[in-house]
Unconditional design. Structure first.
Length: 377
């Protein structure tokens, strides 16, 4: 069973990398390998110049991690959870009190600081976990779907804060199912079915999807756009209606008047022409469709049964259990996380082909982790 395969990327220091893909695409598996709670069966992973499986105390102090699952103490209040995590990282009383207040106010949780975590809504619990990831002012943030279940206004606040942190040199690696959030990132890694299908800036990913800039043209009467295919600088044409079509060109500003003249020369009349900016939903759909054409599902196996993409359930369960066991008495997974050396990227990864683990081992590890938590509580 393969959860992710041939995924390779590097995160420059002081930038935001968005790992974007649908649910089950391999985003969380990749994050768990970066955090050392899941070992790759092939390839290598390096975070802040260290193997995540052998992080030392100083390295963990430099990392703020927000997992996908809610794992804070449910019987502690929101304020107590954040204060506890801050104390694990050695923040002394006055600084700790200031930082707890700052992050709770930032994430609109200050008025709920005295409510037990178990009584918070799902969106508020996500914000509380993000507060715990931010409280010790890490230099590398690894956030697994921090905006899931959060309303658009607070989502905007979170991205504004991530941009501010980037301006201070903090490196951010963020996973999300919201394709539109690609615009917020310096670099985007699009993952589908465990494969990295694109890795570039948002503008370059648009160009990769369509082969260049996009010009949308509407004509006054029915027009066959295929007559323009032989024009220099035209990379592709898609007819979207009897009188509407899109043309992929090298440079929209240069090509637009030439396309208008070419339509007229072919007997048509242009009613409207403009440079289009496809939404990231369209871009992602185009890239996924292309990837599926290039990697079709195998027709059938020897028994005549169609093969399918394997389930990641076992690997995810095992990773969750391993992750919990590694945390021990730290409920937030913020075990104390060496800055990158000068000139060195903040994080890089080349994880490939992660193997599954038996359900029994996962359940045993999870039970052991729960016992540790209860003793600490």
């Amino acid at each position: 069973m393969t959860a992710v395969s041939d995924v390779s990327f590097e995160v420059p220091e002081g930038s935001i990398l968005g790992v974007i893909g649908p649910s089950g695409s391999g985003k969380t598996t990749t994050i768990r390998m970066l955090m050392g709670s899941l070992a790759p069966s092939e390839g290598s992973v390096s975070v802040l110049g260290h193997d995540p499986l052998h992080f030392d105390h100083a390295t963990r102090e430099r990392i703020g991690y927000m997992p996908q699952q809610f794992i804070l103490y449910p019987d502690l209040t929101a304020g107590e959870n954040v204060d506890f995590v801050a104390s694990l990282f050695g923040l002394l009383f006055f600084r700790r009190r200031r930082r707890v207040r700052q992050v709770l106010q930032l994430l609109d949780l200050w008025d709920a600081r005295k409510r037990q975590a178990k009584d918070l809504s799902g969106g508020m619990q996500r914000r509380l976990e993000l507060a715990c990831a931010l409280v010790h002012e890490p230099r590398l943030l690894i956030l697994d779907e921090p905006t899931a279940g959060i309303d658009p206004i607070l989502r905007r606040t979170i991205w504004d804060e991530l941009h501010r942190l980037r301006g201070e040199g903090v490196t951010c690696l963020v996973t999300t199912q919201y394709v539109t959030e690609a615009e917020e990132c310096d670099t985007v890694a699009l993952i589908s079915e465990g494969r990295l299908i694109a890795y570039a800036s948002p503008a370059d990913i648009r160009r990769q999807a369509y082969g260049g800039d996009i010009v949308e043209i509407s004509t006054e009467a029915t027009f066959d756009a295929d007559v323009l295919a032989a024009m220099p600088g035209v990379h592709g044409i898609r007819q979207t209606g009897l009188r509407d079509f899109r043309v992929a060109v090298e440079d929209a500003a240069v090509a637009m008047p030439e396309l208008v003249d070419a339509v007229a020369a072919a007997g048509g009349t242009v009613a409207a022409a403009r440079e289009a900016r496809p939404s990231f939903e369209e871009v992602f759909a185009e890239l996924v469709e292309r990837d599926r054409r290039e990697h079709p599902v195998e027709a059938a196996d020897g028994d005549g049964e169609a093969s399918r993409a394997p389930s990641r359930t076992d690997a995810e369960r095992a990773a969750t259990a391993t992750e919990a066991g590694l945390r021990g008495s730290d409920p937030a997974g913020h075990v104390p996380v060496e800055p990158a050396t000068e000139g060195q990227g903040a994080a890089s990864a080349v994880p490939t082909d992660t193997a599954d683990t038996a359900d029994t081992a996962a359940e045993d590890a999870a039970l052991g982790s729960r016992g540790d938590r209860e003793e600490v509580a």
